[in-house]
Design a protein around this ligand. Structure first.
Ligand SMILES: Cc1cc2nc3c(=O)[nH]c(=O)nc-3n(C[C@H](O)[C@H](O)[C@H](O)COP(=O)(O)O)c2cc1C
Length: 161
């Protein structure tokens, strides 16, 4: 039977990984990391340029594994992502097209440098129109290691805990 929550995350520099781990440890479910086949440059500025181009071109960066294992067994999915140019990195769009989130409860946990959730929820609604969107949480990137209480409160608030 379906139940439980899957945490799907992407992280380039570790902030979102830390936040995703807090969620997973709190809920006790599984975690699935999106890894791009082609790594982004080590340099931050260069990465922002590559990412901007990918967004502009509506690219679908290839993922090492694009299907989340046993997705059908989960009834909710937390999407933990850095904010890249106002929304998810395009690797999430690759993920959304390869995984059917219809009927599942989904929520965004976005780490950011000032943009908050940006356009992520609108984009999620567009790419996964049949998912049931729950309220998202934005965490400033530098605050992830002090975010445990906020994350716990949010998980209870949206009813996955
Ligand atoms: C390519 C790129 C684009 C970014 N664009 C934004 C942005 O539009 N708004 C924002 O608030 N932060 C932006 N940031 C900052 C990241 O969202 C922030 O540092 C995040 O916590 C990084 O997560 P990570 O350590 O899991 O990779 C950007 C960072 C990168 C690398």
């Amino acid at each position: 039977a379906a139940g439980g929550t899957l945490v799907v995350f992407y992280s380039r520099s570790g902030n979102t990984r830390a936040a995703a781990k807090i969620v997973q440890e709190s809920l006790g479910g599984d975690i699935f990391e999106l890894k791009t086949v082609r790594p982004y440059p080590a340099d931050y500025r260069e990465t922002t340029e590559v990412a901007r181009k990918e967004q502009k071109e509506n690219a679908r960066p290839a993922l090492q594994t694009k299907q989340a294992p046993k997705l059908s067994r989960y009834d909710s999915v937390i999407l933990a992502s850095p904010c890249w140019w106002g929304t998810f990195p395009m690797a999430f769009m690759t993920f959304f097209e390869a995984n059917d989130l219809a009927g599942k409860k989904v929520a965004v946990l976005m780490t950011h440098g000032g943009s908050g959730l940006g356009r992520s929820e609108e984009d999620l609604a567009k790419y996964c129109p049949k998912a049931k969107l729950l309220k998202g949480l934005a965490i400033y990137g530098g605050d992830v290691n002090n975010a445990e209480e906020d994350i716990e409160e949010w998980l209870r608030d949206i009813g996955v805990k």
